[in-house]
Design a protein around this ligand. Structure first.
Ligand code: HPA
Length: 269
């Protein structure tokens, strides 16, 4: 299936993207930066899971930004939709086969650390997988990568340094944090958030970790940028609602887009 999907994409564009960006919930704005994009609805790509999440466009866009060829996934599949971990990472595996060597993941998340605030962008420095799932279980496909994958520098230190430089040039703060991935789809309970804090999580979300596992398996360099759309459950005396998640994500898109643009030369290097 990965090969059939790769062939279909090659048949629609002659661009050979080396960089891919996955745009998370409510964070689709960067796709508008693509010049002369070829857009392929996920439904037309063999094997590509059709995400049902709100705030996701559901298409792959391939084009250039400032001369750099890019593949942009406008929306992703999540475990909470009922997809297997292998289905969740299908797109990442296809893009890697297409020749992508650097993967940027964006997501909406809850802020666990109290110095974070809604609307803030945070660079993921590491993750904790609380999803009870991995795309790497089962017989190992040696054509993709090794059985046992080193996750020591999963979020590439060089790319993170470039992201800090880019944010400094643009004049905004870009703190780092550890992303704890929960299965969802319910938001966490306050007790789960206290546990997350106790084990070293700064951010909580429901995505990104399966994709990073699959990408590291295949040797891709990864960078993940989270947008804090709400404080995590129990941090503030208020409830969490998905509409707020999308609205705050939308308000942060300008900065996210500027950051990605500023970072592109380093991503493509
Ligand atoms: N928890 C999990 N995922 C999320 C959150 C949250 O609080 N906000 C946005 N995505």
């Amino acid at each position: 299936m990965v090969d059939a999907a790769t062939e279909l994409i090659r048949g629609q564009t002659s661009l050979e993207p080396r960089v891919a960006v996955v745009l998370g919930s409510g964070l689709g704005g960067f796709a508008d930066e693509l010049e002369e994009p070829v857009e392929i609805p996920y439904g037309e790509i063999p094997g590509w899971p059709l995400s049902t999440a709100l705030g996701h466009a559901g298409k792959l866009a391939v084009g250039t930004v400032g001369g750099v060829p890019l593949a942009v996934m406008r929306g992703r599949a999540h475990l909470y939709e009922g997809f297997s971990a292998a289905e969740v990472v299908f797109g990442v595996r296809v893009l890697a086969r297409l020749g992508v060597g650097t993967l940027v993941l964006t997501n909406a998340c809850g802020g666990v650390r109290e110095d974070l605030a809604p609307g803030q962008l945070v660079l993921v420095s590491d993750h904790i997988n609380l999803q009870g799932a991995s795309p790497l279980i089962g017989p190992n496909d040696e054509s993709l990568g090794p059985r046992f994958v080193d996750m020591s520098d999963a979020y590439d230190p060089g790319l993170r340094a470039s992201a800090h430089d880019a944010a400094a040039r643009l004049g905004f703060e870009l703190p780092e944090g550890v992303y704890a991935a929960w299965l969802g789809p319910a938001f966490e309970t306050p007790a789960e958030i206290r546990m997350t804090r106790a084990i070293g999580g700064d951010l909580v979300g429901m995505s990104t970790v399966p994709e990073v596992l699959a990408a590291r398996h295949m040797g891709l360099r990864c960078l993940a940028i989270s947008c804090v759309t709400n404080m995590a459950a129990g941090v503030l005396p208020e409830s969490i609602d998905h509409k707020q998640v999308l609205a705050v994500g939308a308000s942060a898109q300008g900065r996210l887009t500027a950051l990605l643009r500023e970072l592109l030369p380093a991503l493509a290097a």
